[in-house]
Design a protein around this ligand. Structure first.
Ligand SMILES: [Zn+2]
Length: 415
């Protein structure tokens, strides 16, 4: 077969173990002494060294002996853009206050909202860029980022513009989600219906018209939004061309998973308290479950999402950081992989699936990213480790050797 050249050719060769992630969850294909050929931004060949196309003049050869290779990791749920910090709440929680106590005292989401409203776009971008650099060091080449700390039309748009600017700047690709329905802001506390109308009739049309989001998310929870409110907001989003996501069944089983199935959502996230019916409905509707062990861990709760039951039911699962300033402040997806192993009983190959193929499904991009296969984007993460078990066993340290996005080396950045 003749390959149409679309850019310079790179040959990654001698990779000790390569995980193409081209099989179902729980099964693992490993290629030892592997080679990947990349032309321009895409993979044109992958297999055992010496079995594919021979060298051509001018190609770049990159020796990768002693390192393992996975697809670039995908973080399918982040609140990337915020201002300020909430380490005071971390301390308050250590001293016995609950998340709800803190929110009632003016902390929680609203304290970040006040900080974001007072911060200009360039500062939001600078802080977001810093977080993205850290994520890149963990091998994260694609992510999702939500608004939701603005809660006014202008401030929500400001956050989405910051996300858009960082996506255009690269190297990571960022899928933007509008989360105007994160919480009812204080000024609408006694008139929540008006806030829901503002989201539906002003914010969503403005966001859609500016083309600033791919999806619309609602936090369905006691104290946040009801099922009826969420249905109205998500339907308005769908009518305007935005796919649905939900923060669902995190602190109580409120029918969020069932609603995600009803709306044909891309993903429903958290799901610590999902009901057996919710599992069945999401599996039938092929909604990806995005698991967030970091929030359970950091809020010192004990119930992790029932990942095993979800996998057994045939659900697609993703694993994400939920990076945010309040409930779980970490960019380290590998550390959350260790948590998923230890607290949810996942095997390393299931975790790797969840941060590649599963997460690509959560973003609706499973035909382009999340696998090392011909035609896929050349988004690659290399680790100085003997195998993937080691990545999660030797936890909370950096194993990354290098990261490539669209075939270009993006980490470590050259001096
Ligand atoms: Zn979240």
């Amino acid at each position: 077969m003749e390959i149409v050249r679309t850019g310079p050719r790179k040959r990654f060769t001698g990779i000790s173990r390569l995980y193409p992630m081209d099989t179902a969850i729980g099964t693992l294909r490993v290629i030892e002494d592997a080679e990947i050929l990349v032309e321009g931004k895409h993979i044109v060949w992958v297999g055992k060294r010496g079995e594919g196309m021979g060298p051509i003049e001018g190609e770049e050869r990159i020796e990768m002996s002693g390192v393992i290779c996975t697809p670039g990791w995908i973080d399918a749920h982040t609140h990337l853009i915020w201002a300020g910090s909430r380490q005071n709440e971390f301390r308050a929680r250590l001293q016995g206050q609950s998340y709800l106590d803190i929110a009632r005292a003016g902390g929680g989401i609203m304290s970040t909202v006040r900080a974001v409203r007072q911060t200009d776009t360039s500062k939001l971008i600078a802080e977001g860029r810093h977080r993205l650099e850290r994520m890149l060091g963990y091998g994260i080449t694609t992510l999702e980022a939500k608004s939701g700390y603005g809660l006014s039309t202008d401030a929500e748009i400001k956050i989405l513009r910051a996300i858009r600017a960082l996506h255009e700047e690269g190297p990571q690709e960022i899928s933007a989600t509008f989360l105007g329905a994160h919480t009812v802001p204080t000024e609408y506390k006694h008139d929540r219906a008006s806030y829901v109308s503002l989201v539906c009739e002003e914010m969503l049309p403005a966001v859609a018209e500016a083309g600033l989001a791919d999806a619309c998310d609602v936090f369905v929870e006691e104290g946040a939004f009801t099922l009826q409110e969420a249905r109205r907001i998500l339907q308005r989003g769908l009518d305007l061309g935005l796919q649905s996501r939900l923060h669902a069944d995190q602190l109580s089983s409120g029918g969020g998973a069932e609603l995600a199935a009803e709306m044909g959502a891309l993903s429903a996230d958290h799901l610590e308290e999902i009901s057996p019916t919710g599992i069945q409905k999401m599996a039938e509707a092929r909604v990806t479950a995005c698991l967030i062990p970091g929030s359970t861990f950091c809020l010192r709760q004990h119930r992790y999402a029932p990942a095993r039951a979800m996998i057994d039911a045939g659900m697609q699962i993703a694993l994400a950081t939920d990076l945010n300033p309040g409930t779980t402040c970490s960019e380290s997806l590998p550390f959350l992989g260790t948590l998923a192993c230890l607290q949810m009983g996942l095997l390393p190959e299931e975790v790797l699936y969840a941060v590649t193929v599963g997460a690509a499904h959560a973003l609706g991009r499973a035909d382009q990213i999340g696998r090392i296969a011909v035609g896929y984007q050349a988004d690659l993460a290399f680790f100085a480790a003997p195998d993937i078990d080691y990545l999660f066993y030797h936890y909370a340290v950096l194993h990354t050797q290098s990261v490539y996005k669209h075939g270009r080396k993006v980490w470590p950045s050259s001096p």
